[in-house]
Design a protein around this ligand. Structure first.
Ligand code: AMP
Length: 355
Protein backbone atom coordinates (compact mmCIF):
# COMPACT_ATOMS: atom_id res chain seq x y z
CA UNK A 1 0.00 0.00 0.00
CA UNK A 2 1.48 3.29 -1.00
CA UNK A 3 1.87 5.92 1.65
CA UNK A 4 -0.52 8.88 1.60
CA UNK A 5 1.18 12.20 2.13
CA UNK A 6 -0.34 15.03 4.17
CA UNK A 7 -2.81 16.96 2.03
CA UNK A 8 -4.46 13.80 0.71
CA UNK A 9 -8.11 13.11 1.51
CA UNK A 10 -9.46 10.44 3.81
CA UNK A 11 -13.02 9.30 3.24
CA UNK A 12 -15.08 8.09 6.20
CA UNK A 13 -18.33 6.17 5.91
CA UNK A 14 -20.48 7.32 8.82
CA UNK A 15 -21.02 10.65 10.49
CA UNK A 16 -21.10 9.83 14.20
CA UNK A 17 -18.76 10.70 17.05
CA UNK A 18 -16.18 8.11 16.01
CA UNK A 19 -16.02 9.75 12.59
CA UNK A 20 -15.75 13.14 14.26
CA UNK A 21 -12.78 12.10 16.41
CA UNK A 22 -11.16 10.30 13.44
CA UNK A 23 -11.58 13.45 11.40
CA UNK A 24 -9.98 15.59 14.11
CA UNK A 25 -7.01 13.20 14.30
CA UNK A 26 -6.66 13.15 10.52
CA UNK A 27 -6.69 16.95 10.42
CA UNK A 28 -3.88 17.02 12.97
CA UNK A 29 -1.74 14.99 10.56
CA UNK A 30 -2.55 17.34 7.69
CA UNK A 31 -5.19 15.28 5.91
CA UNK A 32 -8.52 16.51 4.63
CA UNK A 33 -11.54 14.43 5.49
CA UNK A 34 -14.64 13.76 3.45
CA UNK A 35 -17.60 12.18 5.25
CA UNK A 36 -20.24 10.00 3.60
CA UNK A 37 -23.35 9.70 5.71
CA UNK A 38 -27.10 9.38 5.33
CA UNK A 39 -27.64 11.79 8.19
CA UNK A 40 -27.77 15.55 7.53
CA UNK A 41 -25.90 17.76 10.01
CA UNK A 42 -23.89 14.88 11.51
CA UNK A 43 -21.29 15.28 14.31
CA UNK A 44 -18.47 14.27 11.94
CA UNK A 45 -19.57 16.50 9.09
CA UNK A 46 -19.29 19.59 11.23
CA UNK A 47 -15.52 19.15 11.70
CA UNK A 48 -14.69 17.85 8.23
CA UNK A 49 -13.74 19.49 4.94
CA UNK A 50 -16.57 17.99 2.92
CA UNK A 51 -19.64 15.78 3.31
CA UNK A 52 -21.78 13.68 1.02
CA UNK A 53 -25.25 13.16 2.43
CA UNK A 54 -26.78 10.22 0.59
CA UNK A 55 -28.04 6.72 1.06
CA UNK A 56 -25.33 4.07 1.59
CA UNK A 57 -26.56 2.28 -1.54
CA UNK A 58 -26.59 5.37 -3.78
CA UNK A 59 -24.11 4.16 -6.40
CA UNK A 60 -23.75 7.53 -8.14
CA UNK A 61 -22.97 9.37 -4.90
CA UNK A 62 -20.59 6.62 -3.75
CA UNK A 63 -18.75 6.68 -7.09
CA UNK A 64 -18.36 10.44 -6.85
CA UNK A 65 -17.15 10.08 -3.24
CA UNK A 66 -14.65 7.36 -4.29
CA UNK A 67 -13.18 9.71 -6.90
CA UNK A 68 -12.60 12.48 -4.40
CA UNK A 69 -10.86 10.51 -1.67
CA UNK A 70 -7.55 8.64 -1.47
CA UNK A 71 -8.68 5.96 0.98
CA UNK A 72 -12.05 5.02 2.48
CA UNK A 73 -12.63 3.76 5.99
CA UNK A 74 -15.69 3.22 8.19
CA UNK A 75 -16.67 4.47 11.60
CA UNK A 76 -19.52 2.03 12.18
CA UNK A 77 -19.83 -1.59 11.18
CA UNK A 78 -23.38 -1.63 9.93
CA UNK A 79 -22.51 -0.12 6.56
CA UNK A 80 -24.09 -2.45 3.94
CA UNK A 81 -21.61 -4.86 2.36
CA UNK A 82 -22.80 -3.61 -1.03
CA UNK A 83 -21.49 -0.13 -0.20
CA UNK A 84 -17.94 -1.47 -0.04
CA UNK A 85 -18.46 -3.36 -3.30
CA UNK A 86 -19.62 -0.21 -5.08
CA UNK A 87 -16.61 1.69 -3.72
CA UNK A 88 -14.17 -1.02 -4.78
CA UNK A 89 -15.71 -1.12 -8.25
CA UNK A 90 -15.28 2.64 -8.43
CA UNK A 91 -11.57 2.12 -7.75
CA UNK A 92 -11.44 3.20 -4.11
CA UNK A 93 -8.83 1.91 -1.71
CA UNK A 94 -10.84 0.57 1.25
CA UNK A 95 -9.30 -0.12 4.67
CA UNK A 96 -9.95 -2.21 6.63
CA UNK A 97 -10.95 -4.64 3.90
CA UNK A 98 -14.67 -5.43 3.47
CA UNK A 99 -14.25 -9.02 4.73
CA UNK A 100 -13.56 -7.76 8.25
CA UNK A 101 -16.72 -5.67 8.07
CA UNK A 102 -18.78 -8.59 6.77
CA UNK A 103 -17.61 -10.93 9.54
CA UNK A 104 -18.23 -8.40 12.31
CA UNK A 105 -21.72 -7.66 10.98
CA UNK A 106 -22.97 -11.15 11.59
CA UNK A 107 -22.74 -12.49 15.14
CA UNK A 108 -22.79 -16.11 13.99
CA UNK A 109 -20.04 -15.65 11.38
CA UNK A 110 -18.05 -13.59 13.90
CA UNK A 111 -18.15 -16.25 16.62
CA UNK A 112 -17.47 -19.07 14.15
CA UNK A 113 -14.48 -17.12 12.84
CA UNK A 114 -13.16 -16.55 16.37
CA UNK A 115 -13.58 -20.26 17.18
CA UNK A 116 -11.61 -21.27 14.05
CA UNK A 117 -8.73 -19.20 15.44
CA UNK A 118 -8.98 -21.04 18.75
CA UNK A 119 -10.50 -18.02 20.52
CA UNK A 120 -13.21 -18.98 23.01
CA UNK A 121 -16.69 -17.44 22.72
CA UNK A 122 -19.93 -18.09 24.59
CA UNK A 123 -21.73 -21.23 23.38
CA UNK A 124 -23.98 -20.24 20.50
CA UNK A 125 -26.43 -21.49 17.91
CA UNK A 126 -27.90 -19.77 14.86
CA UNK A 127 -31.70 -19.63 15.09
CA UNK A 128 -33.93 -18.63 12.20
CA UNK A 129 -37.30 -19.75 13.53
CA UNK A 130 -39.10 -20.56 16.78
CA UNK A 131 -38.58 -24.28 16.04
CA UNK A 132 -34.81 -23.75 15.75
CA UNK A 133 -34.84 -21.75 18.97
CA UNK A 134 -36.73 -24.54 20.76
CA UNK A 135 -34.28 -27.11 19.40
CA UNK A 136 -31.18 -25.09 20.39
CA UNK A 137 -32.27 -24.20 23.92
CA UNK A 138 -31.55 -27.55 25.61
CA UNK A 139 -28.08 -27.57 24.08
CA UNK A 140 -27.23 -23.96 24.99
CA UNK A 141 -29.03 -24.10 28.35
CA UNK A 142 -30.50 -21.30 30.46
CA UNK A 143 -29.97 -18.52 31.20
CA UNK A 144 -29.33 -17.56 27.60
CA UNK A 145 -29.50 -14.48 25.44
CA UNK A 146 -31.31 -14.30 22.15
CA UNK A 147 -29.76 -11.58 20.00
CA UNK A 148 -30.37 -10.43 16.46
CA UNK A 149 -27.77 -11.93 14.17
CA UNK A 150 -27.16 -8.62 12.45
CA UNK A 151 -27.47 -4.90 13.17
CA UNK A 152 -27.35 -5.11 16.95
CA UNK A 153 -25.38 -2.66 19.04
CA UNK A 154 -25.24 -1.32 22.58
CA UNK A 155 -27.31 -4.23 23.83
CA UNK A 156 -30.21 -3.52 21.46
CA UNK A 157 -32.08 -6.42 19.94
CA UNK A 158 -31.46 -8.77 22.89
CA UNK A 159 -33.87 -10.93 24.86
CA UNK A 160 -32.82 -12.69 28.03
CA UNK A 161 -34.18 -16.21 28.41
CA UNK A 162 -34.08 -17.27 32.05
CA UNK A 163 -36.32 -20.30 31.78
CA UNK A 164 -37.45 -22.47 28.86
CA UNK A 165 -40.90 -20.78 29.14
CA UNK A 166 -39.28 -17.40 28.36
CA UNK A 167 -38.38 -18.81 24.96
CA UNK A 168 -42.02 -19.43 23.99
CA UNK A 169 -42.63 -16.28 21.99
CA UNK A 170 -39.04 -14.97 22.02
CA UNK A 171 -38.39 -15.52 18.35
CA UNK A 172 -41.48 -13.56 17.38
CA UNK A 173 -40.40 -10.73 19.71
CA UNK A 174 -36.94 -10.68 18.15
CA UNK A 175 -38.48 -10.59 14.69
CA UNK A 176 -35.27 -11.35 12.79
CA UNK A 177 -32.75 -14.15 12.32
CA UNK A 178 -30.96 -14.56 15.60
CA UNK A 179 -28.22 -16.13 17.63
CA UNK A 180 -28.84 -17.91 20.91
CA UNK A 181 -25.92 -17.44 23.28
CA UNK A 182 -25.21 -19.17 26.54
CA UNK A 183 -25.03 -16.77 29.48
CA UNK A 184 -21.46 -16.04 30.59
CA UNK A 185 -21.05 -15.58 34.32
CA UNK A 186 -18.18 -13.19 33.88
CA UNK A 187 -16.30 -11.31 36.57
CA UNK A 188 -15.69 -8.20 34.48
CA UNK A 189 -15.72 -6.99 30.90
CA UNK A 190 -12.51 -5.98 29.17
CA UNK A 191 -11.43 -5.04 25.68
CA UNK A 192 -8.28 -4.70 23.68
CA UNK A 193 -7.63 -2.06 21.05
CA UNK A 194 -5.09 -3.21 18.49
CA UNK A 195 -3.76 -1.95 15.20
CA UNK A 196 -2.10 -3.42 12.13
CA UNK A 197 -0.35 -1.54 9.38
CA UNK A 198 -0.27 -2.47 5.72
CA UNK A 199 3.18 -4.03 6.11
CA UNK A 200 1.92 -6.30 8.89
CA UNK A 201 3.34 -4.43 11.90
CA UNK A 202 1.04 -4.59 14.91
CA UNK A 203 0.55 -2.50 18.04
CA UNK A 204 -1.56 -3.10 21.12
CA UNK A 205 -2.89 -0.79 23.79
CA UNK A 206 -3.17 -1.91 27.40
CA UNK A 207 -6.29 -3.96 28.12
CA UNK A 208 -9.24 -1.77 29.10
CA UNK A 209 -11.68 -2.62 31.88
CA UNK A 210 -15.22 -1.70 30.92
CA UNK A 211 -18.37 -1.19 32.95
CA UNK A 212 -21.66 -1.38 31.09
CA UNK A 213 -25.02 -0.17 32.21
CA UNK A 214 -28.16 -1.27 30.36
CA UNK A 215 -25.94 -2.76 27.62
CA UNK A 216 -24.17 0.57 27.02
CA UNK A 217 -20.57 1.27 27.99
CA UNK A 218 -20.56 3.70 30.89
CA UNK A 219 -16.96 3.66 32.15
CA UNK A 220 -13.52 2.44 31.09
CA UNK A 221 -10.61 2.23 33.51
CA UNK A 222 -6.90 1.67 33.01
CA UNK A 223 -5.07 -0.27 34.21
CA UNK A 224 -7.61 -3.05 34.03
CA UNK A 225 -7.63 -5.43 36.98
CA UNK A 226 -6.20 -8.36 35.01
CA UNK A 227 -3.24 -10.68 35.48
CA UNK A 228 -0.29 -10.59 33.09
CA UNK A 229 -1.36 -13.89 31.50
CA UNK A 230 -4.79 -12.43 30.69
CA UNK A 231 -3.18 -9.37 29.12
CA UNK A 232 -1.02 -11.74 27.07
CA UNK A 233 -3.95 -13.81 25.86
CA UNK A 234 -5.84 -10.66 24.82
CA UNK A 235 -2.86 -9.62 22.70
CA UNK A 236 -2.52 -13.09 21.23
CA UNK A 237 -6.20 -13.16 20.29
CA UNK A 238 -6.00 -9.70 18.72
CA UNK A 239 -2.86 -10.64 16.86
CA UNK A 240 -4.51 -13.78 15.44
CA UNK A 241 -7.61 -11.84 14.34
CA UNK A 242 -5.58 -9.05 12.70
CA UNK A 243 -3.42 -11.53 10.83
CA UNK A 244 -6.29 -13.78 9.69
CA UNK A 245 -8.17 -10.80 8.28
CA UNK A 246 -5.07 -9.24 6.70
CA UNK A 247 -6.39 -6.24 8.57
CA UNK A 248 -5.28 -2.64 8.14
CA UNK A 249 -6.41 -0.16 10.80
CA UNK A 250 -7.57 -0.25 14.41
CA UNK A 251 -9.67 -3.17 15.61
CA UNK A 252 -11.23 -3.90 18.98
CA UNK A 253 -12.15 -7.16 20.65
CA UNK A 254 -14.53 -7.16 23.60
CA UNK A 255 -14.12 -9.98 26.08
CA UNK A 256 -15.74 -11.38 29.17
CA UNK A 257 -13.16 -11.98 31.90
CA UNK A 258 -14.04 -15.23 33.61
CA UNK A 259 -13.16 -16.16 37.19
CA UNK A 260 -9.54 -17.39 37.04
CA UNK A 261 -8.59 -14.96 34.29
CA UNK A 262 -9.67 -16.78 31.11
CA UNK A 263 -11.06 -14.61 28.33
CA UNK A 264 -14.21 -15.32 26.35
CA UNK A 265 -14.63 -13.12 23.28
CA UNK A 266 -17.96 -11.35 22.89
CA UNK A 267 -17.44 -9.35 19.74
CA UNK A 268 -15.08 -7.77 17.26
CA UNK A 269 -15.43 -4.13 16.25
CA UNK A 270 -13.53 -3.50 13.00
CA UNK A 271 -12.94 0.12 13.95
CA UNK A 272 -11.97 2.53 16.66
CA UNK A 273 -14.02 1.90 19.79
CA UNK A 274 -15.66 3.68 22.68
CA UNK A 275 -13.45 1.79 25.16
CA UNK A 276 -10.42 3.35 23.43
CA UNK A 277 -11.41 6.99 23.92
CA UNK A 278 -9.02 7.22 26.87
CA UNK A 279 -6.12 6.95 24.40
CA UNK A 280 -6.67 10.54 23.21
CA UNK A 281 -5.07 11.90 26.37
CA UNK A 282 -3.90 8.70 28.03
CA UNK A 283 -1.62 7.20 25.37
CA UNK A 284 1.26 8.42 23.24
CA UNK A 285 -0.81 7.92 20.09
CA UNK A 286 -4.60 7.99 20.21
CA UNK A 287 -6.58 5.15 18.67
CA UNK A 288 -7.92 7.68 16.15
CA UNK A 289 -4.49 8.82 15.01
CA UNK A 290 -3.38 5.16 14.96
CA UNK A 291 -6.20 4.25 12.61
CA UNK A 292 -5.40 7.17 10.32
CA UNK A 293 -1.71 6.21 10.32
CA UNK A 294 -2.52 2.60 9.43
CA UNK A 295 -4.94 3.34 6.58
CA UNK A 296 -2.62 6.03 5.21
CA UNK A 297 0.28 3.55 5.08
CA UNK A 298 2.23 5.39 7.78
CA UNK A 299 4.21 3.64 10.52
CA UNK A 300 2.13 2.93 13.63
CA UNK A 301 2.62 5.23 16.60
CA UNK A 302 3.66 4.26 20.13
CA UNK A 303 0.83 2.89 22.25
CA UNK A 304 2.49 3.56 25.61
CA UNK A 305 0.03 4.56 28.32
CA UNK A 306 0.97 7.82 30.01
CA UNK A 307 -0.85 7.37 33.32
CA UNK A 308 -3.78 5.70 35.04
CA UNK A 309 -6.93 6.91 33.41
CA UNK A 310 -10.71 6.65 33.51
CA UNK A 311 -13.18 7.50 30.79
CA UNK A 312 -16.80 8.21 31.61
CA UNK A 313 -19.43 8.31 28.88
CA UNK A 314 -21.90 11.16 29.01
CA UNK A 315 -25.11 9.46 28.03
CA UNK A 316 -28.37 11.35 27.45
CA UNK A 317 -28.91 13.92 30.18
CA UNK A 318 -25.43 13.25 31.67
CA UNK A 319 -24.13 15.80 29.21
CA UNK A 320 -25.93 18.54 31.18
CA UNK A 321 -23.03 18.25 33.63
CA UNK A 322 -20.59 19.62 31.04
CA UNK A 323 -19.82 22.72 33.07
CA UNK A 324 -18.75 20.75 36.13
CA UNK A 325 -16.67 18.41 33.95
CA UNK A 326 -15.03 21.36 32.22
CA UNK A 327 -14.06 22.78 35.62
CA UNK A 328 -12.19 19.66 36.75
CA UNK A 329 -8.46 20.21 36.60
CA UNK A 330 -7.50 16.63 35.71
CA UNK A 331 -10.35 15.98 33.30
CA UNK A 332 -10.71 16.51 29.56
CA UNK A 333 -14.20 17.03 28.22
CA UNK A 334 -15.34 15.86 24.79
CA UNK A 335 -18.79 16.79 23.50
CA UNK A 336 -19.96 15.38 20.19
CA UNK A 337 -22.11 18.31 19.08
CA UNK A 338 -25.28 16.24 18.83
CA UNK A 339 -28.29 18.53 18.47
CA UNK A 340 -30.84 16.34 20.27
CA UNK A 341 -30.42 14.75 23.66
CA UNK A 342 -32.08 11.35 23.89
CA UNK A 343 -32.00 8.70 26.61
CA UNK A 344 -29.25 6.20 25.83
CA UNK A 345 -27.58 8.47 23.27
CA UNK A 346 -23.83 8.98 23.61
CA UNK A 347 -23.47 12.77 23.85
CA UNK A 348 -19.85 13.04 24.93
CA UNK A 349 -17.26 11.67 27.31
CA UNK A 350 -14.87 12.80 30.01
CA UNK A 351 -11.37 11.44 30.47
CA UNK A 352 -9.79 11.77 33.89
CA UNK A 353 -6.02 11.52 34.09
CA UNK A 354 -5.15 9.88 37.40
CA UNK A 355 -1.88 9.27 39.19
P1 AMP B 1 -23.45 -7.02 22.93
O1 AMP B 1 -24.52 -6.24 22.24
O2 AMP B 1 -23.28 -8.40 22.42
O3 AMP B 1 -22.15 -6.26 22.98
O4 AMP B 1 -23.90 -7.15 24.44
C1 AMP B 1 -24.07 -6.03 25.27
C2 AMP B 1 -23.80 -6.40 26.72
O5 AMP B 1 -24.66 -7.47 27.12
C3 AMP B 1 -22.40 -6.95 26.95
O6 AMP B 1 -21.47 -5.92 27.12
C4 AMP B 1 -22.62 -7.78 28.22
O7 AMP B 1 -22.68 -6.94 29.35
C5 AMP B 1 -23.98 -8.39 27.99
N1 AMP B 1 -23.85 -9.70 27.32
C6 AMP B 1 -23.83 -9.92 26.00
N2 AMP B 1 -23.68 -11.24 25.71
C7 AMP B 1 -23.62 -11.88 26.89
C8 AMP B 1 -23.48 -13.25 27.28
N3 AMP B 1 -23.39 -14.23 26.37
N4 AMP B 1 -23.43 -13.52 28.61
C9 AMP B 1 -23.52 -12.55 29.53
N5 AMP B 1 -23.69 -11.24 29.24
C10 AMP B 1 -23.73 -10.89 27.93
Amino acid sequence: MSQLSPGKTIGILGGGQLGRMLSQAAAQLGFDVCIFTDEPDSPAARVSARTFVANYLDAAALTDFARRVDVVTTEFENVPAQTAEILLTAGARVAPNPRALAIAQDRVDEKSFLNTLGIATPRFAAVSSQAELDAALPEIGTPALLKTRRLGYDGRGQIRINTPQDANDAYEKLGAPGILEGWCGFEREVSIIAARSANGATAFYDVCENVHSGGILSRTILPARVEAHTERSAREAASAVLGALDYVGVLTIEFFLMPGGALVANEIAPRVHNSGHWTIEGAMTSQFEQHVRAIAGWPLGATTRRCDVEMINLIGEDAQSWEACAAESNARLHLYGKRDTRAGRKMGHVTRLLA
